[in-house]
Design a protein around this ligand. Structure first.
Ligand code: CP
Length: 310
């Protein structure tokens, strides 16, 4: 695997292998000496044009744990502010020795352009492109669900409910694709204004009533952040109205099934899309998701940079 741009690039076997590798690499993260020599001599550049806490830091830790050199590129202090293009920036980074570029960009398709327009030959890993995809987030969510439900292969039969701003969410898109690939049943729930047309074609059922969807006792409830930064105009009457219909409030949280779990990719807006009762409960997997980000990104960096034909 040379690049990871979209979950649709993966076969089921490749996805399961990445999860298996990540589960094995997680044991390295428990050791006192958390280093493997696997990517010694390789250079990974984190090229982030949008803010990030979890993704950027976990890619940095993952690369360092595999003994790669890591360069963190900050768009705000670079020559981008002098008008340099994405192509020239990427070619400059490759000339400086980058073997892999981990890219986050506000435009859907930016990672695909870097990988496939012939500008550079480095491996490209999509760390989130606009509202399109965030494939490593979906992989870390799948690993977290596998662990939570004691599943060792795929997620066959698991019932997942993804809630909120589906329209602007790259996390939702990558998760629908991966959960379906792994055999789960997926429902997306949100207001009509925040539901992308054609999401059913990706295999998801659509709901416009959260309480009704929760009454079906899904195994996993994945809450999404409302992405105000991608909204032009008004998609709901007020935050209060949105929360009334779509937040995982304390009351809704208490209606969940005994074994159900709650996920959120972060950053969370407590009191808006998720209550503290839900976020801080024993059902919440939020911090496990963050921790699994390191091992999943180690597996992805290894798969793209090791030259193995997996
Ligand atoms: N989940 C996620 O992508 O978080 P960051 O924006 O902090 O990287």
């Amino acid at each position: 695997m040379k690049h990871l741009i979209s979950i649709s690039d993966l076969t089921k076997d490749q996805a399961v292998k990445l999860l298996d590798d990540a589960a094995e690499l997680a044991s390295v993260n428990e050791r006192e000496v958390k280093k493997l020599p696997a990517l010694r001599g390789k250079t990974v550049v984190n090229l982030f044009f949008e803010n990030s806490t979890r993704t950027r830091i976990s890619f940095e830790i993952a690369a360092k744990r595999l003994s790669a050199d890591v360069i963190n590129f900050s768009a705000s202090t670079s020559s981008l502010s002098k008008g340099e293009s994405l192509k020239d920036t990427a070619q400059t980074l490759e000339a400086l020795g980058a073997h892999a570029i981990v890219v986050r960009h506000p435009y859907s398709g930016a990672a695909h352009a870097l990988a496939h327009r012939g500008w550079i030959s480095s491996s490209i890993i999509n760390a989130g492109d606009g509202s399109h995809e965030h494939p490593t987030q979906a992989l870390l969510d799948a690993l977290t669900l596998r662990q939570a439900f004691g599943m060792s292969h795929d997620l066959a039969g698991l019932r997942a409910l993804i809630v909120g701003d589906i329209l602007h969410s790259r996390v939702a898109r990558s998760n629908v694709l991966l959960l379906k690939l792994l055999g789960a049943e997926v429902t997306v729930a949100g207001p009509t204004t925040l539901m992308p047309k054609g999401i059913e074609a990706m295999g998801a059922k659509v709901s416009h009533n959260l309480d009704e969807s929760l009454s079906q006792k899904p195994d996993a409830v994945m809450m999404l952040r409302v992405q105000k930064e991608r909204m032009q105009g008004s998609f709901f009457p007020s935050e209060r109205e949105y929360a009334k219909s779509w937040a995982l409030t304390g009351e809704r949280f208490s209606s969940l099934g005994e074994n159900s779990v709650v996920l959120h990719p972060g950053p969370m807006n407590r009191g808006f899309e998720i209550s503290s009762e839900a976020a801080d409960s024993s059902k919440s997997l939020v911090l496990k998701q963050v921790a699994n980000g390191v091992s999943v990104r180690m597996a992805v960096l290894y798969a793209t940079l090791s030259g193995e034909a997996n």
